[in-house]
Design a protein around this ligand. Structure first.
Ligand code: SF4
Ligand code: SF4
Length: 403
């Protein structure tokens, strides 16, 4: 699709945050002289309801094809301004944010230097947007069911909580009875009775271990024996074992399980987390959670608390009937350029790359890819292109900066 080049630039004062340090009128004035920029103006607080309304009307009223917003960190408001674009019927990937608050106002005290720096950064973004292409999000229907691996206290608690909320759970236990290493303890007697009694929503499979796990958040498929189990989320509740030197290590079969999932592990063999404090039970693979001692040693009370948190996270993210939007800023591999060396496969921590043994090339699963760019940087053949971070876009941006 060919998109026009009418560019609009909006420089935010961010209250006093930006405007007190640099001359935003001068920034808007300088940028307004650039080719393609048909509108360049300042505003007090672009993220406020008034600011958002103003943006929608300016984008629509001026038939803007590309937008640059010079304001705060994209971490704060990229989503806000992408929504604004959608509201104005502009593809949100035709917008580029420039962080002139943290990257300029808060670190460059000299007014002239800060203004000049902001002009350069915004000029880079203007040039970059000339190379932007509209990207489309895909929608996939998610499976709201869960598979829990490990029938100890944590696994049983997760399964019971999900079933009580009306979800279907398959609980897989490698031994011939639930309970794990607390078997016989009164704290597991009640949940063990519950999961063994054919409780509605829980299907328990004893003497069972997963042999293959494929798929992604919302659509995992596990093979165990001659069964195929479909689920939207996977919970690892495999416990841990005491070591000879008095420490703890993951259960013996955890490494194999991690391999099936391509789950990155820390130095002690426990799974890495998506974010140590914000989501300590979510792994880097979306839809895969850890609970109980599978996430590191803990007392039974904490195992229960971890399971409550995991059940809550699953209930809020896998809502029945909900469609999940996928991230379109993903990587793609050119089959012509790929030599099949598998370097990319090794560096992708999200398990998004697989090797096609017939064609002898790698391919990216667009639903699993998080667009981190690791693979594109590592590929010795230059076969990988990261959408929205193409060499052309980056070259244009740097040219704008240095001009
Ligand atoms: S690193 Fe590049 S050449 Fe090697 S398999 Fe991946 S895409 Fe192909
Ligand atoms: S961009 Fe990152 S997540 Fe996507 S395939 Fe490459 S390494 Fe994996």
């Amino acid at each position: 699709m060919t998109v026009g080049k009418r560019i609009g630039v909006f420089v935010c004062a961010c209250g006093p945050n930006i405007a007190d340090v640099l001359d935003i009128e001068r920034v808007a004035g300088e940028i307004g002289k650039l080719d393609g920029v048909i509108l360049s103006e300042t505003f007090g607080l672009l993220c406020s309801p008034d600011g958002r309304k103003h943006l929608v009307s300016r984008i629509r009223g001026n038939d803007l094809h590309r937008v640059v917003i010079a304001a705060c960190s994209p971490r704060d408001h990229e989503t806000t301004f992408m929504k604004v674009c959608e509201e104005a019927d502009l593809n949100p990937f035709m917008m580029e944010m420039v962080n002139i608050r943290e990257h300029v106002a808060w670190v460059t005290p000299d007014r002239d230097a800060a203004t000049e720096k902001a002009v350069r950064l915004v000029r880079g973004a203007v040039r970059r947007t000339m190379r932007h292409e509209p990207l489309e999000k895909m929608k996939i229907v998610c499976n709201p069911d869960t598979v829990v691996i490990g029938g100890g206290l944590a696994g049983m608690t997760t399964a019971i909580l999900l079933a009580e909320a009306g979800r279907q759970v398959t609980l897989i236990e490698k031994s011939d009875s639930p309970g794990g290493f607390l078997s016989g303890d009164r704290r597991v007697a009640e949940p063990a009775r519950t999961v063994s009694s054919g409780k509605k929503g829980i299907k328990m499979l004893l003497n069972t271990q997963p042999e293959e796990i494929v798929g992604f958040f919302g659509n995992f498929v596990l093979s165990a024996g001659n069964m195929e189990i479909k689920a939207g989320a996977v919970v690892l509740a495999t416990g841990c074992i005491a070591t000879e030197n008095g420490g703890f290590a993951p259960a013996e079969d955890f490494g194999r399980l991690a391999e099936l999932l391509r789950l990155p592990l820390d130095d002690e063999g426990f799974p890495e987390r998506e974010h140590a404090s914000l989501s300590p039970l979510a792994t880097p693979i979306e839809g895969v959670y850890v609970t109980g001692c599978a996430g590191g040693p803990c007392f039974p009370e904490e195992a229960v608390a971890r399971s409550e948190a995991v059940a809550g996270a699953i209930l809020s993210s896998l809502v029945p009937g909900r469609e999940l939007e996928t991230e379109p800023r993903t990587s793609v591999i050119s089959e012509t350029l790929c030599r099949g060396c598998k370097t990319c496969l090794e560096v992708c921590t999200y398990g998004a790359i697989s090797f096609d043994a017939e064609k002898l090339v790698c391919g990216v699963n667009g639903v699993l890819c998080r667009g981190c760019g690791n693979c594109a940087a590592a590929c010795p053949s230059g076969a990988i292109r990261s959408r929205h971070f193409t060499p052309d876009q980056l070259r244009y941006q740097v040219e704008g900066l240095l001009r």
